[in-house]
Design a protein around this ligand. Structure first.
Ligand code: HEC
Ligand code: HEC
Length: 256
């Protein structure tokens, strides 16, 4: 009995490492589509062209080069990112969803209009680096008020990046929600919420200092879901400049 159990464990482990063959019948794809529409559309869009999540309608996915990687990403999520694990899916459902994701790439390969080199110049000209870091040769450069953009081209679709630049408050990343707490002692701390659970909240202020609080010791906590410290660039960029800037952001694909 014990030996059988060990064998089952080893088999499960081996299966994890091994590459996976995705199912290919019309029923599998239909089931995969249904699962995708139920669990993935919110972030990746109904045709996979992304949004809050990465663009999946590409021939090559950076983090999911093999079908085995793709299945593992769906099963386990990508730790440390907003990509969640699909705990609710069976192994078969995971592979059906993966098969549907692969089918999205056949639709088309969209090129981003615009010139990334001009975009880099605009990035400098408009002071983006005052708030954002980007990894360059020699390390990370830039400010810390906004998110690190080193791998933003892997994380978000071009459409989402456009929205982020034109109307920053429209889709705040989870850990950039402006927050303000007042302690029972009357002290006020403002910044962005970097962590919150039932009992505690942590805020990073504009100078980059972290403050953690036990909620029991607070008079009030207010989160502002509708405002961003980032200015809108709607009236500051011509259409072609916006295309160039987006092409530059899409090119930032530093693996984490
Ligand atoms: C809450 C939003 C969210 C949901 C829901 C979500 N994802 Fe993601 N996904 C993301 C984000 C954000 C990334 C980019 C992570 C990163 O690289 O930082 C990502 C990345 C991925 C990647 C890697 C892309 C690459 O270029 O290698 C795959 C594949 C993927 N998601 C598939 C799925 C599938 C399939 C589902 C549904 C089962 C799903 N995701 C549900 C947000 C989400
Ligand atoms: C005053 C500081 C500040 C400046 C200047 C600034 N940003 Fe931001 N940016 C932020 C903050 C804070 C956030 C997170 C909140 C949000 O999404 O609005 C953000 C979010 C973003 C995001 C979305 C990131 C994500 O994970 O979805 C992108 C893309 C971005 N900025 C690009 C730019 C570009 C390009 C410029 C220059 C044209 C710029 N920012 C200038 C502070 C700034």
């Amino acid at each position: 009995m014990r030996i059988v159990l060990l064998w089952v464990c080893l088999a499960a482990f081996a299966q994890d490492k091994e590459d996976v063959t995705l199912p290919g019948t019309a029923e599998d794809l239909a089931r995969g589509k249904k699962l995708y529409l139920g669990s993935c559309t919110y972030c990746h869009g109904p045709t996979g062209d992304g949004g809050k999540g990465a663009d999946l309608a590409r021939r090559e996915l950076v983090r999911a080069k093999t079908d085995g990687d793709l299945a593992r990403i769906i099963e386990n999520g990508i730790p440390g990112t907003e990509m969640p694990a699909a705990w609710h899916m069976t192994r078969r459902e995971v592979t059906q969803t993966a098969a549907f994701v692969r089918s999205l790439a056949k639709v088309d390969v969209r090129a981003v209009a615009g010139n990334a080199v001009n975009g880099l110049a605009l990035y400098g000209k408009h002071g983006c680096a005052g708030c954002h870091t980007v990894k360059q040769t020699g390390g990370y450069r830039g400010g810390f008020m906004g998110p690190d953009l080193s791998s933003i081209g892997l994380k978000r679709s071009a459409a989402h990046l456009r929205e982020a630049v034109l109307s920053p408050a429209a889709s705040l990343p989870d850990d950039f929600m402006p927050a303000r707490v007042v302690t029972k002692g009357g002290q006020t701390v403002e910044g962005r919420r970097v962590h919150e659970d039932t009992f505690t909240i942590a805020i990073r202020d504009a100078a980059g200092n972290n403050h953690s609080f036990l909620k029991a010791g607070l008079q009030s906590v207010s989160l502002d879901r509708n405002s961003s410290p980032m200015p809108s660039y709607k009236d500051k960029l011509r259409d072609t400049e916006l295309d160039d800037l987006i092409a530059y952001l899409v090119s930032l694909k530093e693996p984490l």
